[in-house]
Ligand binder design. Sequence first.
Ligand code: G3H
Length: 259
Amino acid sequence: MANRTPLIAGNWKMNKDHLEAVHLVQKLDWALKDAKHDFSAVEVTVLVPFTDLRSVQTLVDADGSQLSYGAQDLSAQVSGAYTGEISPVFLEKLGVKYVAVGHSERRQYHGEDDALVNAKTKNALAHGLVPIVCVGEGLDIRKAGEQVSYTLAQVDGAFEGISAEDAAKVVVAYEPVWAIGTGEVATPADAQEVNGAIRARLAELYSAEVADAVRVLYGGSVKSSSIAELMAEPDVDGALVGGASLDPEEFAKIARFQA
Ligand SMILES: O=C[C@H](O)COP(=O)(O)O
């Protein structure tokens, strides 16, 4: 890996109310502090439900924690008559750093397409948030051996019309849908094949410098037992962790993959 700081991001999905969130963040923070985790060597963030954000912000500020936190989605709009939507302005005011965009569960259950993912990515960037753009193929595409072309088409869609300066700030998460929540983690070679292709596509779309700056994560059943070998691949710059991020000890172990 070049000079990219690895990012370990926990996606809580629709788990933990605001009271449970405080306990979980506190335990995670203690586990990392006990282990003298070096946040400048491996960044750690948690993507929590919207309703947890204010509590997590208060806790992180009060404890002087080096954990950052983020949201799991945002609106493509900024304000107005969009019932149920959450503006990037609200997220920015809550100290949010990262926001997941186009997670496969949003694509599958909420019909989010590449155009909407692109609009949300632009909206996040316009308001100082770092989008974690999620891409990845389903089992049928994998069985047909088309995982690279399918995923690169999603990358093309997400980055459409985004400047090189902004593109360099984006995080991409490759999450093969067949590996999400199934316990079936992709092999390091599987992850490297697509992550490497994503970086090569960014070099084509922009430049080697932009491709070198973008962190490309892997997600899908990541555990402390599998993270080190995934991170050994040159184009895996971190992980987007679902289920295992709900266990603070396990998630801290994942963040400490270098130890
Ligand atoms: O955003 C996270 C991914 O969907 C992975 O979830 P998982 O670690 O539970 O498989």
